[in-house]
Design a protein around this ligand. Structure first.
Ligand code: SF4
Length: 476
């Protein structure tokens, strides 16, 4: 699966904690699936910010030396970021830290602004100099511009967010406060929890709260800003809802693919939605078969659902090599080795001579599905019936997800029957778009990459080209 999301954010505040950088490190480890290109931590020790960030996985960037070099503090934030390749995007690594006349600001962002170019142009006209291609710097400058005119960080953020369009789940830190902000549509998840020592933890996903021993309190509501005071453990945070009121549109693809299955987003368990997707596929696209196999990892839950509903046994027919990571050197073209075969191995005893229902979470260009089907055929599968736990991708995402351009999406050029033939499947079935509500239990959601119904204004054509160029420069 070649789709990436851009980030995971994490923050802690409470009494002075000598080990606060380690707590952030553990939270980022739990969010690693949301971004594998770079990561960073900023610790606030009585208003003095200490930062370490670099390209690489959390375990590569932070060793004992880096963690021991951090001071203790009563607040800290961290970030993991997605990216493809290249070392030329160091300036985009988060959290970003800016200093202004009234103090410091550290900010970690998950999402993408759909009006970032307009904001950037206007900031540049008023003298701002950008050092990165990221929206995060734009948001930092918007907030610091307002901070200079206002009496508090709360007022500054509430004024700045009025200008932002698109997706933003933010964790930020001033000298004395930790703030969690979610855009009014609630595209990206954000929640907070509490530990027994009275410290509060903010995270992109609830699985990261578990990792540091915090109990889930609640999701940050769409349009809400929550403010925690530094060094005041147990003091309940203040909530500001001035930026709310839009239609709630959480990203449906978080449930299908991005989020970890053990997370709960907006009171809905991700694992349950995936199992339901499998059940719907079994109901809509029944086939006589011997075994149901999921493509690891995000096809597994839906495979369980398909099996449960259809009565066809679920088996582990593909094993993922857990050790293929970012440092993996892909085979050169003349080696004629298929990377998918290094990442996924078939379990021949499960597949040989069997009619297989193969469940995957999505199809982008179709090339990966074709390779996986080849692997199953070579292992002796007699029939392969491909079931996809999302509707066909047809449109780009402007809210922080790297989906291929429209002309490369296989569903824009081929019917399902043609896609089955191209990938080598005996039959195919996509999750019907009108079953997303049943799958997720959400009343409203964003499904624009499937149906083109964007919840916000999107860049117009010339702007769109520049926008896409900016994303590609940013490694997004
Ligand atoms: Fe999620 Fe698709 Fe909407 Fe992007 S366009 S926010 S990936 S549902």
């Amino acid at each position: 699966m070649a789709i990436h999301e851009e980030c995971g954010v994490f923050g802690i505040t409470g009494a002075f904690n000598e080990q606060i950088a380690r707590d952030i490190y553990h939270g980022l480890y739990a969010l690693q699936h949301r971004g594998q290109e770079s990561c960073g931590i900023v610790v606030n020790d009585d208003g003095v910010f200490s930062t370490h960030k670099d390209l690489g996985l959390v375990g590569e960037v932070f060793g004992e030396n880096e963690l021991n070099a951090f001071p203790g503090g009563c607040m800290a934030i961290g970030h993991v970021r997605y990216g493809t390749t290249g070392g030329n995007i160091r300036s985009n690594i988060q959290p970003m830290v800016v200093s202004h006349q009234k103090g410091n600001l550290a900010l970690a962002h998950n999402g993408n602004l759909s009006n970032s170019l307009d904001l950037r142009d206007s900031l540049e006209l008023s003298g701002a100099i950008f050092h990165s291609t990221s929206d995060t710097e734009t948001i930092c400058y918007m907030i610091t511009r307002e901070r200079i005119k206002t009496d508090s960080i709360e007022q500054a953020v509430l004024s700045a967010v009025k200008y932002l369009e698109g997706a933003y789940s933010l964790v930020m830190m001033s000298s004395t406060k930790l703030l969690a902000v979610r855009d009014p549509h609630g595209f990206r998840p954000l929640c907070y929890g509490k530990r027994e020592d009275g410290s509060f933890v903010v995270a992109s996903e609830s699985c990261a709260l578990d990792a540091v021993g915090a109990s889930f309190v609640r999701d940050v509501k769409p349009g809400e800003m929550i403010v925690f005071q530094a060094n005041r453990p147990f003091e309940e945070p203040a909530s500001y809802m001035e930026n709310s009121g839009c239609k709630k549109c959480p990203c449906i693809f978080e449930y299908i693919y991005f989020a970890r299955p053990d997370s709960v987003i907006d009171c809905i368990a991700v694992h349950d939605t995936r199992v339901r997707a499998g059940e719907i596929l079994a109901r809509e696209y029944h086939v006589e078969a011997d075994v149901v196999v999921g493509v690891p990892d995000s096809g597994l839950d839906a495979a369980i659902g398909y099996s449960r509903k259809s009565g066809i046994p679920y088996e582990i027919g593909l094993v993922k090599n857990k050790y293929v990571r970012r440092s993996f050197i892909a085979p050169s073209q003349d080696q004629r080795t298929d990377t998918v075969r290094i990442k996924l191995s078939p379990v021949r005893s499960v597949l040989e001579g069997k009619r297989v229902v193969l469940i995957d979470d999505s199809i982008v260009r179709g090339t990966t599905s074709k390779r996986i089907i080849n692997i199953l055929r070579d292992a002796g599968a007699k029939e392969i019936h491909l079931r996809i736990s999302s509707p066909p991708f047809r449109h780009p995402c402007f809210y922080g997800v790297d989906i291929d351009s429209e002309d490369k999406l296989i569903a824009n050029h081929h019917t399902p029957e043609e896609i089955a033939a191209l990938t080598g499947a005996d039959s195919i079935g996509f999750l019907p778009i009108d079953s997303l509500k049943e799958m997720s239990g959400c009343d409203t959601y964003c499904s624009a990459c499937f149906d083109g119904d964007y919840p916000t204004k999107i860049p117009s054509d010339p702007r769109k080209d520049r926008f896409e160029k900016k994303l590609s420069e940013a490694g997004k």
